[in-house]
Write a protein that binds this ligand. Structure first.
Ligand SMILES: [Zn+2]
Length: 455
């Protein structure tokens, strides 16, 4: 049963959420507020700690507990080899797409962190994650990695004509967001519209997502819409030229696409889509056009970059205002490693953490806008795999058998659990919450994944 104090806190929080999020799903309580003490007949679950109040804030993003939200920001392209679109006016690398996207990403990071949100920068400098070593182009960075597991790395050559460097790079970016259990992944790009080999001097914004994601199609489309609207409004407000709004488009660009489970005539190559797709809503925004000189100059200026970042920020804020069921599940006691550390070698750089010995202490936080039901199940299952982590839940997810308190938005609790025994061989556990038939990881709140062995 839900302690009375928690109910009161829940109601107060519900009011906070109501102020911040008109029209959001709200916690429903059938109990009237009461000043009576916590009833003693509510037998405490010996493995469950006290409910930690939502800290509350005046933040724009998730005011009950912005620090429980993680946003992954991907500055498109980067490193010696991948400039994105080079400067069409040939003024140098400081005007290339990779430089502008990093500037916008850093401005967005600053806005999110000032609002109390945790940020994972997929890259925070001019670097690549899956290697950047290609002396023929004077690039002598770290050696290439095979991240997507197709047995190839770097560029195609006589030995591996099918090798596609970009797929390994983008897979590494997805892995970093997934293992950070980000609530959203926003990839920033700048378009270069061409027609018949010639650049077209027009300016517009367009945002891509996939309508094939297994993790919340509606939420993903909503994030894309909100981001597109924000960018169009803020860039349009300062542009002194005509610019367009091409809206959102469902298209399986590698970064937004789910794994290709079945090869078909139209899609004959499973490696053309990620091995492990984003486990949260992922959008790729072409925030503007590099081919119109006036827009290019604006996007290279602090004013233009701040405007785009503000538009992205407002889109992200709108997304979190209406996300009824969501959770952050992490190891307790400061062990919630975000982002994960990089594993050396020539394979995937990011792997699921190794499960601690003995009972596992988990901190669960309600990061949704609605209170949890009182009969929520914490569920877990193992799957044997040689992958860094699981792309999909195991076939069987079983309740761990602990009582999960009906947390109000922003509240947390730490629970000590004993996971089911891992099978032989390297296996990865998928730990999520289930309300009725709704699995939180199916709604875009990535599961906590723990590995039975180090990579
Ligand atoms: Zn790009």
């Amino acid at each position: 049963m839900r302690p009375v104090r928690a109910v009161i806190r829940g109601l107060v929080l519900a009011m906070l959420v109501l102020l911040a999020a008109c029209g959001a799903d709200l916690p429903i309580s059938t109990q009237a507020p009461s000043a009576e003490p916590v009833p003693t007949d509510a037998a405490p679950n010996p493995t469950t700690g006290p409910i930690e109040a939502a800290p509350g804030s005046d933040s724009e993003i998730y005011p009950p507990n912005p620090g429980a939200i993680v946003v992954a920001i991907d500055a498109g392209h980067g490193g010696c080899l991948d400039w994105g679109v080079p400067d069409p006016s040939e003024r140098g690398v400081q005007l290339a797409e990779k430089t502008l996207t990093l500037g916008i990403a850093q401005a967005l990071r600053d806005l999110l962190e000032a609002d109390g949100v945790r940020v994972v920068m997929i890259r925070d400098s001019d670097e690549a994650l899956a290697g950047d070593d290609y002396p023929p182009l004077d690039c002598e960075g770290p050696p290439f990695r095979d991240v997507n597991g197709d047995g190839m790395s770097g560029f195609g050559n006589d030995d591996q004509p099918e090798a596609t460097r970009t797929r390994d790079e983008l897979q590494a970016r997805l892995d970093l967001a997934n293992l950070s259990r980000a609530d959203a992944l926003v990839s920033i790009h700048i378009n270069s519209p061409f027609d018949a080999g010639q650049p077209v001097e027009i300016a517009f914004s367009e945002t891509f997502y996939t309508d094939e994601t297994p993790w919340g199609v509606d939420a993903t489309a909503r994030l894309a819409d909100a981001i597109e609207s924000g960018v169009v409004a803020h860039l349009g407000a300062i542009a002194d030229y005509d610019r367009g709004d091409r809206g959102t488009t469902a298209h399986n660009f590698y970064l937004v696409a789910p794994p290709l489970l079945e090869e078909t005539e139209e899609r004959p190559n499973r490696w053309a889509q990620p091995t492990r797709g984003g486990l949260m809503p992922v959008v790729l925004s072409e925030v503007g056009s590099i081919t119109l000189r006036a827009e290019h100059d604006l996007l290279a200026s602090d004013t233009g970059q701040d405007a785009v970042a503000t538009g992205l920020f407002e889109g992200i804020a709108a997304f979190f205002e209406d996300r009824p069921l969501a959770a952050r599940i992490g190891l307790a006691g400061g062990a919630d490693a975000v982002p994960p550390s990089e594993v050396p070698g020539d394979g995937p750089p990011y792997w699921a953490e190794v499960v601690p010995d003995g009972p596992v202490r988990l901190t669960l936080t309600n990061t949704g806008t609605r209170a949890w039901a009182s009969d929520l199940d914490l569920v877990a299952g193992w799957q044997e795999t040689d992958q860094p982590y699981l792309a999909f839940p195991p076939d069987a997810l079983e309740p761990i058998g602990v009582t999960v308190p009906a947390l109000a938005p922003g509240e947390s609790v730490t629970i000590e659990v004993t996971l089911p025994p891992a099978p032989d061989g390297r296996s990865v556990a998928w730990i999520s919450l289930r309300e009725g038939s709704e699995l939180f990881s199916d709604l875009g709140s990535p599961a906590l994944q723990l590995s039975s062995e180090a990579p």
